[in-house]
Design a protein around this ligand. Structure first.
Ligand SMILES: [Ca+2]
Length: 489
């Protein structure tokens, strides 16, 4: 009798210990999960840093400004290649583009760099739930193992235009509907609104999980065609649309740097050769701005939901474009060059514990995003990364970072320092002989209107920057070889 009672007590005590232990383990893991920050990774296609908070132009972007006020805005951020697919693959893999890798809008990250983990894959492997909505990679099915659930895009994404009159032209590679469209239609008709809707419901769903999330949300606009509801166009009346001051090719620059923006010529209303009229230029500028304000509305909806769900204090937010955009400067349109206006990009980083309303003027590159996010989430940094975390700049915006950034496209390579841009054009996609050189004094000529490469006063600068670019290319080639050797054993 006594033994039975004693056994019962021992059993009850052991059960209590087991239950208490289980509760303790659950509480510890919940606390650990709560400590790990979420990531909201926002991509905006073809966004140049012209939002109101950047102090340029007259754009209506209250929500981009609100986002920038929560963290650090980088005023001298540069993409590493000014074309969608390649830039995105470079960002996601943390590797620089070369003449052999990440070269076009059609780049597949998983084909060009199959042996190294992407940014979302590292997060997934470290216990994050990773989700991709809208345009993150160029191809929806690129890098599928990086995502915890299949990448999602709206079904209507191939129907860019709202009006039947615009849709009748189709959406072929060489023949498409109009380059811009203002339609008196509801926001909900447009893919970016739908991408935002999906992301809002994901935020709600993921906030209930006992797991941190990496939620990527990629908006299609302001990529061509510039289609947006009429009320966003109304923010930018035609009579206030300003043409750029420098609608001319840079003085004394070799014609090998001339560029004919073929991408835009596929759209109805854009000439196959020669320039657009000033009237068309004004409508293109209005349309681009209207699309940015339309995306701004979506950014506001994301921030509202983060606040409503109480996620804002424990969520890292990174806002990036994928390259700059030439909006008539040098009589160029689109991207695909190494000029300032095609390579200068927006970058905002918001993170728990980081003070708001900060601006860094240090040079940073998009290849730096990957290591930055790993450091902010306290994840191990993969060995292959070629960027440098900007985390020190989040506490001291003047901290030392880089004295030069590098961009390439096609046959062109460029290096930009605080004071200068030096660019080369080579044959054979960058592997052949030198065809032309450009040098711009950015302290006197930020618009890059006067090539000074042949000015003897700049001889020393030219030699120094050429050495820097040669060194970078050699380092990259060496690194590439050693990386491949290591990975392939
Ligand atoms: Ca793009």
């Amino acid at each position: 009798m006594y033994t039975t009672c004693f056994q019962r007590r021992v059993f009850a005590f052991a059960t209590f210990l087991l239950v208490a232990g289980a509760i303790f383990v659950t509480l510890v893991s919940l606390a650990h999960a709560a400590q790990r920050p979420n990531v909201l990774f926002i991509a905006v296609d073809d966004l140049r840093p012209e939002m109101h908070c950047y102090g340029m132009g007259n754009m209506v972007t209250p929500n981009f400004d609100r986002l920038a006020a929560r963290g650090v805005r980088f005023d001298r951020a540069y993409c590493n290649i000014a074309v969608c697919g390649a830039s995105r693959a470079s960002i996601m893999k943390g590797l620089r583009p070369t003449p052999n890798r990440f070269t076009s809008y059609m780049t597949w990250a998983m084909k060009d760099a199959p042996d190294v983990p992407s940014l979302p894959l590292v997060f997934k492997q470290q216990g994050y739930h990773t989700v991709s909505n809208g345009k993150i990679y160029h191809h929806k099915t690129d890098d599928p193992e990086a995502w915890s659930e299949p990448a999602w895009r709206p079904k209507t994404s191939s129907i860019w235009w709202a009006l039947p009159a615009s849709r009748k032209f189709g959406n072929g590679l060489r023949s498409r509907g109009p380059a811009y469209e203002s339609a008196d239609q509801p926001d909900s008709l447009y893919p970016d609104h739908q991408i935002c809707d999906r992301t809002l419901s994901d935020l709600k769903r993921l906030s209930k999980q006992n797991k941190p999330f990496f939620l990527a949300c990629g908006f299609y606009r302001p990529h061509l065609p510039f289609v947006a509801p009429k009320n966003y166009w109304d923010l930018y009346p035609t009579d206030r649309a300003r043409l750029p001051e420098n609608m001319f090719f840079p003085h004394d620059l070799s014609q090998v740097f001339r560029y004919t923006w073929g991408e835009m010529r596929a759209y109805h209303g854009i000439p196959k050769k020669g320039q657009v009229t000033d009237d068309t230029a004004r409508q293109l500028i209005r349309g681009y701005h209207a699309c940015v304000s339309f995306v701004d509305m979506q950014i506001g909806r994301l921030l509202d939901e983060l606040d409503r769900l109480g996620l804002a204090d424990n969520t890292i937010i990174v806002l990036w474009g994928d390259h700059g955009w030439q909006l008539g400067e040098h009589r160029f349109w689109c991207k695909h060059t190494n000029f300032e206006v095609a390579t200068h990009v927006p970058l905002v980083v918001v993170a728990p514990g980081v003070k708001g309303n900060q601006v860094s003027r240090q040079l940073v590159e998009y290849v730096d995003i990957y290591p930055t996010l790993c450091e902010l989430a306290d994840l191990p940094l993969p060995e292959h990364l070629q960027g440098k975390s900007v985390r020190p700049l989040l506490t001291n915006v003047n901290a030392e970072h880089k004295n030069a950034v590098f961009t390439r496209f096609g046959g062109g390579d460029a290096v930009r320092t605080v004071a200068h841009r030096y660019m080369e054009m080579r044959a054979k996609g960058g592997r052949g002989p030198l065809r032309g050189v450009g040098l711009f004094d950015l302290e006197k000529d930020l618009q890059e209107n006067q090539n000074v490469a042949d000015d003897p006063a700049y001889g020393k600068v030219r030699r120094q920057l050429k050495t820097l670019l040669d060194h970078q290319r050699a380092k990259l080639a060496g690194k590439e070889k050693s990386l491949l050797r290591r990975i392939r054993g």
